[in-house]
Design a binder for this molecule. Structure first.
Ligand code: ADP
Ligand code: ADP
Length: 226
């Protein structure tokens, strides 16, 4: 079933003549277990699409539905709660907390969501194992390679069992071989958990492994074949 749906989304910056019209009647659906890659030139609106989908920015027009819940009518509190319950985010740079271990980094969002430290640690171990970095659980980010750091960040994004994962250039700062490993781990996770995933990438080889590729052109989202 559809976990993320954008219908007729307009997102402009500024007003009038000088307005930058990034999304203009953009439509998109992503189902559980489906990985959709966004490939578009710099400035085309990939980050904007991810921010609107992640409920960080409001569109001026149109509807964003997360897990069947329309979000236009929600207030900021409602949007924050829905975001926490349903969305996981992976950035280009991992943003792990440097003074905490990999395990603690993955446990923290779970404890904030109310899970006990013991249960959180158990789930964190499972996720780190699934992503192939279980042996690094006790290490701090600075002690890990770039690919390991990024896999820990993916585990953290998945910690609270999101229904939607949004990723902005998740392999953008990694070498090709490491990108492959990280992307494969991300795909495993998405399939395993039946999560809907929307991933911006410049890497065409990785994009081709997605279920679908879309691009953004003149504010419209359309299918792309590479
Ligand atoms: P991409 O991620 O594809 O590089 P972005 O979504 O970051 O594209 O940006 C799309 C366009 O919107 C760019 O022209 C950018 O300068 C503009 N833009 C993005 N965010 C803002 C903002 N907060 N204020 C004004 N313009 C913005
Ligand atoms: P809070 O507002 O709770 O202090 P954040 O705003 O950093 O924390 O993140 C709240 C939730 O939104 C987290 O699940 C995070 O992964 C997700 N998130 C963070 N940044 C984005 C983004 N750019 N787009 C979509 N979701 C995001």
């Amino acid at each position: 079933e559809v976990q993320l749906r954008l219908t007729g989304v307009h997102r402009h910056y500024g007003e009038g003549e000088t307005a930058v019209r990034v999304l203009e009647a953009a439509d998109l659906e992503v189902r559980g277990g489906e990985l959709v890659a966004i490939v578009a030139p710099s400035g085309a609106g990939k980050s904007t699409l991810l921010h609107v989908s992640g409920l960080l920015e409001r569109p001026q027009r149109g509807e964003v539905e997360i897990c069947g819940t329309p979000t236009t009518a929600l207030n900021e509190r409602g949007r924050t709660l829905l975001r926490r319950d349903t969305i996981g985010y992976v950035y280009q740079f991992h943003h792990l907390l440097p003074e905490f271990s990999a395990l603690e980094n993955v446990s923290m969002p779970q404890m904030i969501a109310g899970r006990s430290p013991r249960d959180a640690a158990g789930r964190s171990r499972e996720l780190l194992d699934l992503l192939g970095v279980g042996h690094r659980a006790g290490h701090r980010p600075a002690e890990l390679s770039g690919g390991e750091q990024q896999r820990v960040a993916i585990a953290r994004a998945a910690a609270n069992a999101p229904r939607v994962i949004l990723a902005d250039e998740p392999t953008g700062n990694l070498d090709p071989d490491t990108s492959d490993i990280v992307f494969a781990a991300l795909m495993d996770l998405i399939r395993n958990a039946g999560v809907a995933a929307l991933i911006a990438t410049h890497n065409h080889d990785l994009a081709r492994r997605a279920d679908r590729i879309v691009t953004i052109k003149s504010g419209i989202i359309s299918p792309l074949t590479l």
